[in-house]
Design a protein around this ligand. Structure first.
Ligand code: SF4
Ligand code: SF4
Length: 161
């Protein structure tokens, strides 16, 4: 994890570096989804999200109606009370967690509602297989927050050269 994390720390605000990587991966035809899945799995075997939790600290996740129902039930609250206490509607009209860092993030970087967490948290950073294509326009922004994603993009960019 250390290598991945340190590389991200040195490059996350380097627009030129990010633009170049983005250019390398933006031709979707060049990227094999199978390769994207392999690299995604490789990187997440090396990365340790519990040493990072930067997504939980920086990006309020989308919370769907289905997520709200599931989480509220787990917290023994009504869905309406959960939504009022924990969520807001953002500028895109999506319901998201109200505050960042996430109120369910524990001090040891574990998620206090892990089993019932929003789908957006389960799927972040949307980088395995076909998800890599579907979210290609968001990767550059997300790479500023996610060390694993930046590493996936870097390895994929190298693999397509
Ligand atoms: S719900 Fe859990 S996984 Fe999602 S942002 Fe909050 S702490 Fe992180
Ligand atoms: S930002 Fe990326 S590497 Fe860090 S905890 Fe989230 S998914 Fe894992």
């Amino acid at each position: 994890m250390e290598k991945i994390y340190n590389r991200w720390l040195s490059n996350r605000n380097n627009s030129r570096y990010l633009n170049e990587l983005n250019k390398d991966i933006s031709n979707k035809k060049d990227i094999d989804p199978h390769k994207a899945q392999i690299i995604h799995e490789e990187v997440f075997q090396e990365a340790n999200c519990l040493q990072c939790a930067n997504c939980c600290k920086s990006i309020p996740p989308i919370v769907s109606e289905r997520d709200s129902k599931r989480i509220a039930k787990d917290l023994n609250m009504t869905k309406a009370a959960f939504k009022q206490q924990y969520t807001i509607t953002d500028e895109d009209g999506d319901m998201v967690m109200k505050v960042s860092p996430c109120p369910f993030l524990a001090e040891d970087n574990k998620c206090n509602i892990y089993k019932v967490r929003p789908a957006a948290c389960r799927e972040y950073p949307h980088s395995g297989g076909m998800a890599f294509y579907k979210n290609i326009n968001h990767h550059k922004r997300n790479a500023k927050y996610c060390p694993a994603l930046l590493e996936i993009i870097r390895r994929l960019a190298q693999a397509t050269k």
